[in-house]
Design a protein around this ligand. Structure first.
Ligand code: R5P
Length: 292
């Protein structure tokens, strides 16, 4: 029998995955000592196969306790520990742009691969890597959120036009458009700084009667999505629905986007007030068969 253990803030997803797969739900106790070091304890006899659930937004503060928990699971009896990280951090720095920069995607992948036997994640931000196998030495299962996003668009939007705010988003946008059966297009993006992007809109004239739906994998500062929403309006279209797989949402982003979007929705890969698209059934479906 397998068991799912949720790191703090991930208990709901761990419990949902346990329920969906008929597995056990375990718990991890984590607290901070007065000097800010972590106390970690597995609160159940570990099964031979353990899934440790921890989405990796804010990875720097989460990673050390995560490794302690993975090792505690092994010393409690698990001989196979899989990380379920719906949002996988440190994929955006995928090359050295300037002399001396750390290629954090590669180093982070090496660190995760040391303590886990496998990885399950959702729509990782792959830009210059063709697959996670280029940097992870453990098997990675990639769950695609397109059926969930496509279902939301079908249920909520009449005559949609699906738009991606940059060239990389074509991989998600095209699949959602195929599922919905609607046209799609992407913007061109030039990033000038962490919160400064310049976008160029595709030709939108012939789609003016359609309802724009902007889809990206990540919303962080919101700069990309807000700029795209403004260009959609400037092209004479109605305010767009904005959808992201991973709502990282830095402070004030939900409010700023609310001012330009018709609606804002994300998956629950990272808990946030707009996380209406629930991933547990999709993730459960794609776990290796017979794992329990
Ligand atoms: C990067 O290219 C991603 O696909 C997103 O477009 C980006 O991470 C969004 O970041 P922000 O919300 O800060 O513009």
């Amino acid at each position: 029998m397998a068991a799912f253990f949720g790191m703090p803030g991930n208990e709901d997803l761990a419990d949902a995955l346990a329920a969906q797969t008929g597995s056990e739900a375990g718990a991890v106790e984590i607290r901070r000592f007065p000097d800010a070091e972590s106390y970690v304890r597995i609160l159940a006899a570990a099964n031979e196969k353990a899934f440790l659930v921890c989405t990796l937004a804010r990875p720097d503060e989460q990673f050390v306790p995560l490794v302690f928990a993975a090792r505690a699971l092994r010393t409690s009896g698990a001989n196979d520990v899989t990380l379920v990280a719906p949002y996988l951090a440190y994929l955006r720095q995928d090359r050295r742009f300037r002399e001396g920069e750390a290629v954090t995607s590669r180093t982070f992948a090496e660190l995760v691969s040391l303590d886990f036997d496998a990885l399950v994640t959702v729509d990782p931000h792959l830009h210059r890597y063709a697959s996670l196998d280029e940097i992870y030495t453990i098997p990675a299962i990639v769950v695609h959120s397109a059926p969930l996003v496509g279902g939301w668009v079908r249920d909520n939007v009449k005559a949609p036009l699906v738009l991606g705010p940059d060239e990389e988003s074509a991989q998600w946008v095209e699949e959602v458009a195929r599922q919905v059966g609607c046209p799609w297009a992407v913007f061109a993006k030039e990033r000038r700084g962490d919160r400064d992007v310049r976008l160029t809109a595709p030709a939108l004239g012939r789609y003016r009667e359609r309802t724009p739906v902007l889809i990206d994998d990540i919303i962080s500062s919101g700069a990309t999505m807000i700029e795209a929403a403004k260009l959609v309006r400037a092209a004479g279209m109605q305010p767009p629905h904005c959808i992201a797989v991973h709502g990282l949402f830095s402070t004030g982003t939900v409010e700023r986007l609310g001012a330009v979007a018709k609606s804002l929705v994300t998956t629950d890969s990272i808990p946030n007030p707009r996380a209406d698209l629930k991933l547990a059934p999709l993730i459960a479906q794609q776990l290796p068969t017979g794992f329990a």
